[in-house]
Ligand binder design. Sequence first.
Ligand code: IPE
Ligand code: IPE
Ligand code: MG
Length: 240
Amino acid sequence: MLIKGEKIPAHIGVIMDGNGRWAQMRGLSRVEGHRQGARRTRDIIDAAINIGVDVLTLYAFSIENWNRPKMEVDTLMGLLEHYLMDEVEELIRERAIIFRMIGDRNRLPAKIQELVKDIETRTVNNEGMILVPAISYGGKDEVIRAFRKIIDSGTPVEDIDDKMVDHNLDTSGLPPVDLIIRTSGEKRVSNFLLWQGAYAEFYFTETLWPDFTSEEFLQAIGDYQKRERRYGEINQGGII
Ligand code: IPE
Ligand code: IPE
Ligand code: MG
């Protein structure tokens, strides 16, 4: 059970996995699974806003996903374009959110790059939850791009620290991720928020993404609220 107003994770990341299996189990094409999966996001976004989450990062397309068959990649890009034009437009009309993409945007089709830039510009001054779609995103790739920026700026090596790396990541200015939820029964991180998730708590569920409900989302947060985060230290009140 979720306790309102108490220990709400500031930043939640969701690995939205299992669209393909959801479709295959029903004798449908994988594309249908992705379509259904995209529809599920709205409920989760609304639930996150309603309980006061500051940042919600949704892993929609990994840098490794570029290696899927061209037909699936093309379809996903088509779906993404429509999602940005319809669902995100509706969302920003109805709720004050800040939209901020992470990932290597240069690899995305020009039309998607334009749409993303436009939505980011139009929502940058909002005061609300920050919605972060991770598209063409890889944690390792993000760290490499950060180091390239740092080296390019001529920074002396002894000045490179935690803060500087943070500042040069795509997530610059955002808090570290507190809770990572992964659907579909896989228990791995698949290159998601590697740096930012150094001390993240995990919630794994067998539920496939198109079946994931806002109730289960709240249940995941309730589970998180019961955990004790120690960050390498010892729990208070323990006998030394
Ligand atoms: C997640 O669903 C969505 C993307 C990776 C784009 P999958 O497509 O990975 O679905 P499964 O894991 O094959 O069921
Ligand atoms: C991770 O899912 C990426 C997204 C959900 C967008 P994958 O289905 O690509 O991950 P693996 O291949 O099972 O690790
Ligand atoms: Mg998968």
